[in-house]
Design a protein around this ligand. Structure first.
Ligand code: PLP
Length: 429
């Protein structure tokens, strides 16, 4: 008799995006004349840039020649891409990362999920709340959580680090010892960031407690302000305690192509039960060689082309396009009286929903009154309740139109209620 991994039964079904899809379908069926604008899902919309396409076409042609054909490549990624990452992402910022500390993969989602393979069930895990759900669910699957409590929407044995307006979206250091800490900055879903000094506190905590930080910087390309670290290795001491996840998905529109990488410096160590130090770089290399056969040559050639002069120019233009969308969302909503977070160093705008309604009620109102779709904050964890996520990945026209509609519907209900302009936090739709 085959026995299943019963930890899977401890997972809660995620109804977030399926519920959104059902509600939108029902609304559009009942209102076929309405043009619904979707600013809910975190997927890019701009096509792959020409520099990447050209490199991929060349690689395809190479594959059809006797001399250029490639079979299995190195599991860790081709040296040309690993080296390009080292030079462009790290050496240019004065960060010491070596080629054999980079592992190219088919996505940061897989990397964030797979990394737990290296760690025993007994580790205490800390996640921010709200959170990118992969961190939590992969730990539930591998038995690192206790039972789920439906009343609080939390798991026993998981240490939740609230990130809300009350703490300015800066998670506080845990009051008890935790072993594995997930940090994602610029953050999904809140769009907020940590400064170098704020991140240093976490590195220091991890050093003191022999913990590991999993640092997800999938959105680092959106950072525009000084003193916001693009990599955790900008912080002194991080090479000893941090594993960094990076992705070409949002940086270069690779959500459909699939290419990412994880960085594991040789100094990062885990421990056996007897307290013996073990190199996590070595363990991950072993895991990678056993379970993965590498990203396709064609895709890696495309990723390398991002670092060419024209590649850089083209992907930066796209990022700038999304940044401008984020600015339009942020400033438009602020003008309409909403309290808004994120959106400056991130494609995500996190807004406070009007007082007295839940984030799902706000979703319904926004759909009905402005025909705009976003994501209710409670879908990302209990401390996401009271907030709502809009993304900058739509087209400019749709983004502008969505914000105009939200402003119009909120202002008209304002003036019909009070007639005296916009009041922060008191807004209604
Ligand atoms: N990490 C975060 C925080 C994300 O929001 C996402 C995707 O939305 C990912 C990782 C996944 O990246 P990839 O497309 O490389 O799997």
């Amino acid at each position: 008799m085959s026995q299943i991994n019963e930890n899977f039964l401890n997972l809660q079904d995620s109804y977030l995006f399926s519920t959104i899809a059902k509600k939108v379908t029902k609304y559009t069926q009942e209102n076929p004349d309405k043009q619904v604008i979707k600013l809910g899902i975190g997927d890019v919309t701009k096509p792959i840039v020409p520099a990447v396409l050209n490199a991929m076409h060349e690689a395809v042609n190479e594959m059809g020649t006797k001399e250029g054909f490639k079979g299995y490549g190195p599991e860790q990624g081709y040296p040309f891409l690993r080296q390009a990452i080292v030079e462009n992402e790290y050496q240019k910022r004065g960060i010491n990362i070596q080629e054999d500390e980079i592992f190219v993969s088919d996505g940061a989602k897989c990397d964030c999920g797979n990394i737990v393979d290296l760690f025993s069930e007994n580790n205490k895990v800390a996640i921010t709340d709200p959170v990118y759900p992969v961190y939590l669910d992969t730990n539930v699957m591998s038995g690192r959580s206790g039972d789920y409590n439906p009343k609080t929407d939390t798991y026993e044995n998981i240490y939740y680090l609230p990130v809300t307006a009350e703490n300015n979206f800066k998670p506080e250091l845990p009051k008890e010892k935790v072993d594995l800490i997930y940090l994602c900055f610029p953050n999904n879903p809140t769009g907020t960031v940590l400064t170098k000094e704020e991140l240093k506190k976490w590195v220091d905590y991890a050093k003191q407690n022999q913990s590991i930080i999993f640092y997800d910087s999938a959105y680092e390309a959106f950072i525009q302000e000084e003193n916001i670290p693009h990599s955790i290795y900008e912080v002194e001491g991080a090479r000893e305690v941090a594993i960094e996840f990076r992705s070409f998905s949002k940086t270069a529109g690779f959500t459909g192509l699939r290419c990412a990488y994880v960085v594991i410096p040789k100094e990062v160590k885990g421990y056996t039960k007897q307290g013996k130090e073990i190199s996590l770089n070595k363990l991950w290399n072993r895991r990678t060689c056993t379970k993965f056969n590498g990203v396709s040559y064609i895709t890696q050639k495309g990723a390398e082309a991002i670092y060419s002069e024209e590649g850089q120019k083209q992907v930066k233009e796209n990022i700038q396009y999304y940044r401008e969308n984020a600015r339009i969302i942020k400033t438009g909503l602020e003008k309409a009286g909403f309290t808004v977070y994120g959106g400056t160093n991130s494609p995500y705008v996190w807004l406070k929903v009007p007082e007295g309604i839940t984030s799902w009620e706000f979703f319904d109102k926004l759909l009905e009154k402005a025909n705009v779709v976003g994501t209710p904050g409670s879908g990302f964890g209990p401390h996401g309740e009271g907030y709502f996520r809009l993304t900058a990945f739509g087209t400019r026209e749709n983004t502008q139109e969505a914000i105009n509609r939200i402003c119009q519907s909120s202002q008209s209900s304002q003036s019909s209620q009070s007639g005296d302009g916009v009041k922060k936090g008191k807004i209604t739709l």
